[in-house]
Design a protein around this ligand. Sequence first.
Ligand code: YSA
Length: 421
Amino acid sequence: MAAPILRCISRGQGLGTPGQSGVLSLGLREAHSGAQGLLAMQKARGLFKEFFPERGTKTELPELFDRGTAGSFPQTIYCGFDPTADSLHVGHLLALLGLFHFQRAGHNVIALVGGATARLGDPSGRTKEREALEAERVQSNARALRQGLKALAANHQQLFANGRTWGSFTVLDNSAWYQKQDLVDFLAAVGGHFRMGTLLSRLSVQTRLKSSEGMSLAEFLYQVLQAYDFYYLFQHYRCRVQLGGSDQLGNIMSGYEFIHKLTGEDVFGISVPLITSTTGAKLGKSAGNAVWLNRDKTSPFELYQFFVRQQDDLVERYLKLFTFLPLPEIDHIMQLHVKEPEKRGPQKRLATEVTKLVHGQEGLDSAKRYRMITEGGVSINHRQVTNPESVLVVGQHILKNGLSLLKIGKRNFYIIKWLQL
Ligand code: YSA
């Protein structure tokens, strides 16, 4: 039997129940925002939306990232991803970019795969209960997500680090600490620290309780597990900040309350805005509108096209959210766009930056080749080929003498000699 998990922690002073009103949403106070501060900068880009709690009891959130404050550097920040599918998607990418910004500033980040939590299903932002996932399916999804997270972190490092020292990027899975956890031990040690009134007051719970379907105990307990994860990472990795989409704020608050109650220490939550489709639905698997980061599900070309198709009114916002381009460069790109809107310069730059980050230079090149073909830029033996998946036919694309004349763009001609037909 696993040992009781909360044996060695001391009970700190309690803190009431901060409601949603404790969220600092309109802007960091002057004192919080050193002009160049990481938080203020990401707030200006629109990436960081809300900070919670508004005030710490001993420390303020910006102080955590201040190199001048003794003992505060580097910090550890985490964000969780439930393996409800076998790939990350564009919505997840925004939370990951939030982690990358911290990593670039020298902090250590943790991407936590919810191999355990995905079995329960997070009710946040959902009107219906998630279909229960079998353990084996969750395990194989979790494997795929861990791989996807590592691949993205490696791309990010390879493309942008240029020899600079960044913080670490660690991938963990919460099944590691729940797998051998005895249920009675867990409830006895953790359960007493959560108040039903507070748990019930969460928006995710209220919405579901009012729905005709109601809410299962598994879903209701989800926030307790997420809160415990935060506590676990605080204890083992000194992690003081949890980042997530704004649908995660309720769960993050539960973690804050739990940790603060047990240890008296300050921890914080940061949210990123939710990316929605043109109909306003959150982009993701549940709404069936996910744009996947795994190339077998959404090819590099399709990912590129998703961003190249963005409307003018969104593209500047997305350049700030999804790329690392400095703000003055984005301003410049937008100014050029006013003069030559038909060139769709900002859309192409956005698509290029995101495709490169997700699929590397090779993926970007492949997306551009596909795009050139679909736009009619390639012909073989004077016939346009517009389907990148076309099979070459002897007698048509390959002449009887074993030659093809390939034209790419307006001026590039190649003669191909096929050695074996
Ligand atoms: C978090 C912490 C834990 O200790 C354990 C598990 C979790 C996972 C969390 N409860 C969850 O279900 N997240 S998620 O898998 O649905 O999404 C992962 C992250 O991407 C979340 O922060 C979520 O808010 C964010 N996200 C998903 N779709 C998004 C989005 N962010 C912006 N726009 C979207 N469309």
